[in-house]
Design a protein around this ligand. Structure first.
Ligand SMILES: *[C@@H]1O[C@H](CO)[C@@H](O)[C@H](O)[C@H]1NC(C)=O
Length: 358
């Protein structure tokens, strides 16, 4: 075991060193051209190299390669589906990937790694699905037979509910979510709609970022408001659960550009999936992308965003301020669970309105 870890580390260092060397090589060959170019944005091929480094690091840190496969890379190459290599030449995944076909299968297709390449093959679906799917987005139970459970330790929605009743897999239990005002951090949907109405800003279309099984979209559906939900299957079938509730799940990670055109949405909400654990640069791109999809007069709702108190003041509030939105609501309070107390964390709930022209 120690040997394997050591080997991994050596391989990792070697791979990083090689890539850094090739970056150096590439950048020094630029410098040898007759007219040294003025400072420019990072060229694409360097970005591709960085993608390769990142993919390699993922590969090495998440998988423990056994010694036989590391010693015979020839067998790995033979196992790469040719469609995948073809697609890597056509698709937006980094072009350097087709030079490393072993990474294509081993590293890029990890859970949560996006965008995944298209494939010309068939995807498995459940063999005994029920056709009596609920119209009501808060059904008393979800049909487990419609989900492929092989990837999960639980094999049914009942199991998930026993394991943790707050994950959103027992929809009926969540019917009152987003409807009650317990503290300043809450913004019940009726109040949100009242605020919008008073500002002559109609809310019809929304996006819920990191919305789990889609409970916010479900509640909005009862107001005849259409909300789509971005959600990932992290340890449980969140996408399938939202779909079984008749809600649109978008399988999109936080770092991916939102698959919605500019200026078309009335509302973007982010729940606690958006928090201080997101690297600052990623969060900044996310905020600007949410701004991109909102129409003028639309609302951005940060719902229970948490961070360290000092960071909220020094880092996150100024970052949010860059958007230049009108603060309709800005409420903060201490996060009083054990990790919140330990880390001096606070919650922010903010409702911000995008100016009509900028
Ligand atoms: C939603 O639409 C349905 C069908 O048009 C209507 O009966 C219902 O009253 C509407 N609900 C709300 C809250 O507007």
């Amino acid at each position: 075991m120690g040997y394997t870890m050591g080997l991994n580390l050596v391989l990792l260092m070697a791979m990083v060193a090689t890539n850094i060397l090739s970056l150096y090589h590439l950048s020094s060959s630029i410098n040898q051209t007759p007219k040294p170019p003025p400072p420019q944005p990072v060229p694409d091929y360097l970005l591709h190299q960085l993608h390769t480094i990142r993919a390699t690091m993922n590969h090495l840190t998440r998988h423990h390669p056994d010694t036989s496969s590391t010693s015979s890379s020839g067998t790995n190459k033979a196992a790469v589906p040719s469609d995948l290599i073809l697609y890597s030449q056509l698709s937006p995944i980094a072009s350097s990937c087709h030079n490393h076909p072993d990474l294509l299968t081993k590293a890029l297709i990890l859970r949560g790694c996006h965008p995944l390449p298209r494939r010309r093959c068939f995807t498995k679906t459940s063999s005994k699905p029920t056709s009596s799917l609920p119209q009501n987005p808060f059904p008393s139970s979800l049909p487990s037979s419609n989900v492929l459970w092989t990837k999960y330790s639980c094999k049914s929605f009942d199991c998930l509910n026993r394991f943790n009743p707050n994950l959103g897999f027992d929809p009926a239990q969540d019917i009152a979510n987003f409807m009650t005002y317990r503290s300043e951090l809450d913004l019940p949907i009726p109040q949100l709609l009242q605020i919008a109405k008073a500002a002559n800003s109609v809310v019809r279309l929304g996006l819920d970022v990191g919305g789990g099984t889609g409970t916010f979209a479900a509640r909005m559906k009862l107001y005849n408001i259409t909300v789509v939900t971005t959600t990932m299957n992290l340890g449980a079938p969140y996408n399938e659960a939202a779909a079984l509730r008749g809600l649109v799940p978008l399988h999109v990670p936080l770092q991916q550009r939102l698959p919605v055109f500019d200026g078309v949405l009335d509302l973007v909400r982010c729940g606690h999936a958006v928090n201080r654990w997101i690297p600052l640069t990623v969060l900044e791109f996310l905020l600007y992308d949410m701004d991109r999809v909102l129409r003028g007069g639309g609302y951005l709702w940060l719902d229970h965003f948490f961070s360290k108190g000092v960071d909220l003041e020094k880092v996150f509030a100024p970052l949010i301020g860059k958007l230049g939105y009108r603060k309709v609501k800005w409420a903060t309070a201490s996060k009083t669970d054990s990790s919140g107390l330990k880390n001096g964390e606070v919650y922010l709930t903010a409702l911000l309105q995008k100016p009509v022209s900028k």
